[in-house]
Design a protein around this ligand. Structure first.
Ligand SMILES: Cc1cc2nc3c(=O)[nH]c(=O)nc-3n(C[C@H](O)[C@H](O)[C@H](O)COP(=O)(O)OP(=O)(O)OC[C@H]3O[C@@H](n4cnc5c(N)ncnc54)[C@H](O)[C@@H]3O)c2cc1C
Length: 424
């Protein structure tokens, strides 16, 4: 065994590792592979211009047509507002232009998403369910025919999408879901089962769902595109929640739903990989949504400490308050940098890698994105402390309550574990 004295004097062979797969891992080996992370990925100027236009159109539309208090009251963000957003291109941000979308990169999409979360976290969940996970499976794994059939309507807001994975006995452990699809002699699949906690449940009309299925004599998973109106596809009761009150969260029931072969997404048997890939991909906009909310809170905190006076001075003149604001700015810089490093490095590689933390250049998929959700929680503490008595409580509360439960901590660790299981 190595003694403490030996350990401090021993020189180890730490020859430079070429072709590292992870920036974070190399740090533990005593190496800094700057080439992996620099230059910081930046979108093309043309896209930045487009993103700026979409953000200002989104803000203008929200100012004119959206009232988050009303949405909470109505328990829905509003069909008219959804249609308006669709007309402005906000519902098909990364959908290719040939299918009526904006064709943004992952970074462009996430920048717009940051603003959506600033306007209202519930709105970010509704639009996130639609794009980050709902229609993403069709965009990533759909056949040309499926893309042509579904994407134009979804990108324009004529239809809303949902993602139906969770079941009564399958939450984090999504691999062990119990819905079942049985192959029929006419090529269709007969689907039975129950889903729960499904966003846009009663408002959506296209759902990507997952079930167990026998494929090649083995018990595997299948991904299916369900459409409202299919016989046996029923929307169940609505869940009541503390935050995210305008999110239409439902149970879904499948009773002998006959799904035609043209609605099978990807290859039968690949359903679980497709589900995990969609979730991993969608997680990035949740991270930048946290960044958007953190910016909103920071702006509020700065405005408050520069206005409010105690002991004859502005709060901002106290060194301890300056220290808190400095900490918030530094943390936010870290959160934002990690989130956009990930989106920038991911750009365009979605189809190449099913389980991206295997190659993720900075180990961010495995570390930084859950970190964004977890850190958001610790981030807000000092802000609440500063804003106390300085802001509309409900305004602040919705950013505290709504974003975190909708954020990354719910399932990221477990999805990673499950994915490790299938790559083992
Ligand atoms: C607001 C909201 C919207 C949602 N929208 C959708 C949607 O649109 N579509 C959809 O399919 N699903 C949706 N869900 C469901 C969501 O994906 C699940 O809640 C999530 O997968 C966790 O499952 P669960 O709630 O059953 O918790 P469980 O899996 O039962 O976990 C309960 C607790 O145990 C912990 N835990 C579980 N396993 C482990 C482990 N291995 N190690 C350590 N701790 C563990 C969890 O972290 C958690 O704290 C939504 C949920 C919420 C809250």
């Amino acid at each position: 065994m190595t003694t403490e004295a030996e350990a401090t004097t021993t020189t180890q062979d730490t020859s430079r590792v070429e072709g590292v797969s992870s920036f974070s891992k190399s740090l533990f080996l005593g190496e800094i592979h700057q080439d992996v992370v620099f230059p910081f990925p930046r979108p093309r100027e043309e896209e930045r211009e487009k993103v700026r236009g979409l953000i200002s159109s989104l803000r203008e539309c929200a100012d004119e047509h959206y009232d988050w208090r009303q949405a909470e009251e109505d328990r829905w963000v509003g069909d008219g507002f959804i249609r308006e957003l669709g007309e402005r291109g906000i519902l098909g941000l990364y959908v290719p232009e040939k299918y009526g979308g904006q064709g943004l990169s992952q970074t462009g999409y996430c920048r717009v998403f940051e603003t959506i979360a600033q306007i209202d976290p519930t709105l970010s969940v509704v639009l996130g369910v639609h794009q980050s996970i709902g229609l993403k499976g069709i965009a990533l794994f759909g056949s040309d025919d499926q893309k042509e059939r579904f994407l134009p309507d979804l990108a324009s807001g004529r239809r809303l999408a949902g993602f139906a994975l969770t079941e009564p006995n399958a939450g984090s452990d999504a691999y062990h879901l119990e819905s079942r699809a049985v192959h029929q002699s006419d090529g269709s699949w007969l689907l039975n089962g129950e889903k729960r906690w499904i966003g846009n449940g009663d408002k959506g009309s296209v759902f990507v769902t997952f079930a167990r299925a026998e494929v090649g004599g083995k018990d595997r998973h299948i991904a299916l595109i369900l459409e409202k109106g299919m016989k046996g596809f029923e929307v169940g009761h609505r869940y009541d929640t503390m935050g995210l009150r305008a999110n239409d969260l439902r149970a879904l029931h499948f009773n002998d739903v006959r799904v035609p072969p043209e609605n099978v997404l990807g290859e039968p048997g690949d359903g679980f990989k497709i589900a995990m890939h969609i979730l991993n991909n969608g997680r990035m906009s949740l991270a930048t949504g946290s960044v958007g909310s953190a910016k909103w809170l920071l702006d509020g905190a700065i405005a408050h400490v520069t206005e409010r006076r105690q002991f004859g001075r502005r709060l901002a003149d106290f060194e301890l308050v300056q220290d808190k604001i400095g900490w918030m700015v530094a943390q936010l810089f870290g959160l934002e940098s990690m989130a956009y490093m990930t989106t920038g490095r991911r750009g365009g590689r979605e189809l190449r890698e099913i389980l991206y933390w295997r190659w993720d250049p900075i180990g961010i998929a495995g570390a930084a994105l859950p970190y964004n959700g977890d850190e958001y929680e610790s981030y807000v503490g000092p802000i609440v402390n500063l804003l106390h008595t300085g802001a509309d409580d409900r305004e602040v509360a919705r950013h505290l309550e709504d974003v975190e439960p909708g954020g990354l901590t719910v399932s990221s660790d477990h999805h990673r574990e499950t994915a490790d299981l299938i790559t083992a």
